[in-house]
Design a protein around this ligand. Structure first.
Ligand code: MRU
Length: 378
């Protein structure tokens, strides 16, 4: 279905763009492939539709993927109505569908983290559940809570990040910040992570300019971040990815802040392809380079970024214009390497901004102790 929909008050984000519209029993995802030209929402009735929406980039961005997956299964069980199942059948059904959803995209840990948490909630409830409906109810409430929690955690990331960046630079206002990919309202349940920090700097009157990269090949920067910045009247300049080093050399960037798809225990971070280039160049130009992400993006089960599986996407994203949606631009027969993400090593990262505060390196270490940070704040 096309066009503007009435705002869904349940999601609680009056002022920003919404990639996920949800009210109990109904999930709609904004088709981000059509932005900025068209605002089209797609109804998602079950986890199969959720899986395809994630795989086909209708919805993207680590937190948005996780929440959309969780809610797609919530609407599926709501639509099942009453079933002639045992409690164990309901649990097995949920577990199987969660496992399936996790297979849609491999790199962002938020999705498997959400699935694991939902699985734990359901298993815990199973000891006292008397019917499949009561198990489904527990699942639905836990999935809905993820939508609400994400917005709150992003606002906290924004505030911590704005305060920290201001403190780290020698300036009291007019900050110029460069970002990559899209980490805003469209990539999350609302407000955004790295773009949330930029939003917070702007609302405090501290931002001069947000620079955003195009983010080839899928153009999340030029199509989505630029759209959010214009929509929210944040002063912004779009640059080609290949202009980023020259921009940094020109002295016009005070800080770089990007999101994350998976952060290893030592701080090595997987994020959109091109993040590593930005970090290398920032290191050379002595520009602070920050990751802004919720703790759901941390994967303590891996010690370094070498263990992160990098998704490789279709060659068509490069051989055809508009990230694969437009005319062929490269000759047929050319081989293509199209990793969707890269790993930025911890030694190139100045600090990690989370909803619980800032993770910094201790005692001249080149890596982060994220486990220690989490133990301290919980
Ligand atoms: O391929 P995408 O568009 O899902 O990649 C998105 C990113 O790399 C984001 O920077 C990351 O998911 C953080 S979103 C808050």
């Amino acid at each position: 279905m096309a066009g503007e929909l009435p705002f869904d008050k349940d999601s609680g984000n009056e002022n920003t763009l919404q990639s996920i519209r949800y009210s109990r029993g109904r999930l709609q995802l904004l088709d981000q492939r059509k932005l900025p030209h068209e605002s089209v929402y797609i109804d998602i009735h079950d986890s199969t539709a959720g899986w395809h929406a994630i795989q086909d980039m209708v919805v993207r961005g680590a937190p948005a993927i996780a929440i959309s997956a969780a809610l797609s299964l919530a609407v599926e069980v709501i639509n099942l109505g009453s079933v002639d199942w045992k409690v164990d059948d309901a649990i097995a059904f949920l577990q199987k569908r969660l496992e399936y959803l996790v297979s849609s995209r491999p790199t962002a840990v938020n999705l498997s983290d959400a699935a694991k948490k939902l699985d734990d909630v359901v298993l815990k409830a199973s000891t006292q559940a008397s019917s499949p409906e009561s198990i489904f109810q527990v699942y639905i409430e836990a999935a809905e809570k993820m939508l609400i929690d994400d917005v709150n955690s992003n606002k906290a990331i924004g505030l911590h990040g704005a305060k920290f960046i201001l403190h780290q630079t020698n300036k009291s206002h007019n900050l110029n910040v460069l970002t990559h990919c899209n980490t805003g309202s469209l990539a999350t349940a609302g407000y955004g992570t790295a773009l949330g920090v930029i939003r917070a700097l702007h609302s405090e009157g501290l931002l001069e300019t947000a620079f955003c990269t195009e983010t080839r090949p899928f153009n999340q920067g030029s199509r989505l971040t630029a759209y959010e910045l214009v929509h929210d009247h944040i002063p912004a300049v779009l640059i080609a990815d290949s202009a980023a080093a020259a921009l940094q050399k020109s002295g016009r960037v005070d800080a770089i802040v990007v999101g994350a798809d998976r952060i290893a225990a030592n701080g090595d971070t997987a994020n959109k392809i091109g993040t590593y280039n930005l970090a290398l160049s920032a290191f050379h130009h002595h520009i602070p380079f920050y990751i802004a992400a919720p703790l759901t993006s941390v994967d303590l089960s891996i010690s370094t970024g070498e263990q992160i599986i990098i998704e490789e996407r279709s060659p068509k994203e490069l051989t055809h214009a508009l990230g694969g949606q437009g005319q062929q631009v490269a000759p047929s027969g050319i081989s293509v390497w199209n990793p969707a993400f890269d790993i930025t090593p911890a030694n190139l990262i100045s600090a990690i901004i989370t909803e619980k505060g800032i993770i910094t390196k201790k005692d001249q270490s080149s890596v982060f102790d994220i486990k220690g940070f989490i133990e301290n704040v919980s």
